[in-house]
Design a protein around this ligand. Structure first.
Ligand code: AMP
Length: 368
């Protein structure tokens, strides 16, 4: 029997485990939390991601290792890779953890990126604002997610407050892109070098947190091919194995700019469970084990909505015909992702109508 280990035991590990189980593959997870949401579906070892003796004992039980979130120390992945197949590799992880390195990689593989400046002091921030212009957005270089550790700056009087708001930590100042749409591209590469892409997804973020995704996105074929071309270069150059998600802005003048990437399964790919021939979770497991990838084609038009902070009554969600509800059994907390719902239909107008009914009962993410 094959056993895959996952560092992190949140909803992504839970959905990876559910997909793996269907293939007769066992998943075990490791997480510091005492109530991890993957626990109902797979055994979870409670330990810190830096506790190497505990991690070594965990590795003893596995055939391969992966991770479900970015804040795992890259050294832990490097350590594991000396003992067993570990994917994605530590370099993909390390680059995704630093917004400046991330932008450099994008640029090297051919993606256009927003103008940016690294910022290490309030003085740098003033220089950066002069150079890039305002409005702009200041983000911590590491550790930020879902809009945390970010501040928007509209005029020079706000620079000192923005610097304080993100905690005066190493940061990046980016031009505020007047995007028309946000798109994500999810690719997957196997240990055998096989690469495939899901149809592009259109994402709506509210308060910097994903609220809805629609797939396939309305994106020109030329843009889709351009994004895939650069993403393929990136997957190969990083020798990345597993799912990789790239978030992009489509500007009003039809430029595609890369914003960030996640070296893992991604929230904007949850629709693939019902909406694609093979889900991102199953393909991630297949990829890291060197199994043939499954078709990434969409079955129909899908929309996914996140349940953040408060859970609507289950009966209300289930009353919407064909809506597929996923609840993660997490304690409700402001800004916390508690579940998602996917609707899939051949007729995009019907998918949109179902999504409208869901947005009426599932409120957008609150600010954090
Ligand atoms: P991020 O953590 O970089 O994904 O940012 C969260 C969200 O903030 C993005 O999905 C966008 O909606 C918005 N955002 C981030 N960076 C920019 C930018 N440079 N210009 C405009 N909006 C941005």
């Amino acid at each position: 029997m094959t056993t895959v280990g996952v560092l992190g035991a949140g909803q992504l590990a839970r959905m990876l485990a559910l997909a793996a189980h269907r293939l007769g593959i066992t998943v075990r997870a490791l997480d510091p939390s005492d109530h991890p949401c993957a626990a109902p579906v797979c055994p979870v070892t409670q330990a810190s991601f830096t506790d190497l003796p505990a991690i070594d004992r965990f590795l003893d039980t596995l055939d391969a290792l992966t991770f479900e979130f970015e804040s795992i120390p890259a050294d832990t992945i490097r350590h594991a890779a000396e003992r067993l197949p570990t994917h994605p590799n530590a370099e993909s992880l390390r680059l995704s953890q630093d917004r400046v390195l991330e932008k450099q990689v994008f640029s090297e593989v051919g993606f256009e990126i927003p103008r940016f400046a690294p910022v290490d002091s309030l003085e740098d921030l003033h220089t950066g604002a002069d150079h890039i212009g305002l409005p702009a957005i200041l983000k911590s270089r590491t550790g930020g997610y879902d809009g945390r550790s970010q501040a928007r700056i509209h005029n020079h009087d706000q620079l000192a407050d923005a610097w304080a708001a993100i905690g005066a930590v190493p940061a990046i100042l980016e031009e505020l892109v007047p995007f028309e749409r946000e798109i994500s591209l999810i690719g997957v590469r196997s240990t055998t070098g096989e690469i495939d892409f899901y149809p592009p997804v259109e994402n709506l973020h509210i308060n910097s947190t994903l609220y809805t995704s629609r797939a396939p996105a309305e994106l020109s074929r030329a843009h889709e091919l351009e994004a895939q071309h650069h993403a393929r270069t990136m997957l190969e150059r990083l020798d990345h194995v597993g799912v990789l998600c790239i978030e992009l802005f489509l500007t009003r003048n039809a430029r595609l700019l890369a914003n960030e990437f996640a070296p893992r399964v991604h929230n904007s790919g949850h629709w693939t469970i019902e909406g694609a021939h093979t889900s991102q979770f199953e393909n991630h497991i297949r990829a890291i084990l060197g199994l043939p990838l499954g078709s990434t084609e969409a079955i129909a038009h899908s929309a996914m909505i996140n349940i953040v902070g408060v859970e609507p009554p289950l009966a209300k969600l289930l009353a919407i015909e064909s809506a597929r509800t996923h609840l993660y059994t997490k304690q409700p907390r402001r800004g916390r992702k508690l579940g998602h719902v996917t609707v899939t239909d051949n007729d995009p107008a019907h998918t949109n109508a179902l999504l409208d009914r869901l947005t009426a009962i599932i409120p957008p993410p609150p600010g954090v």
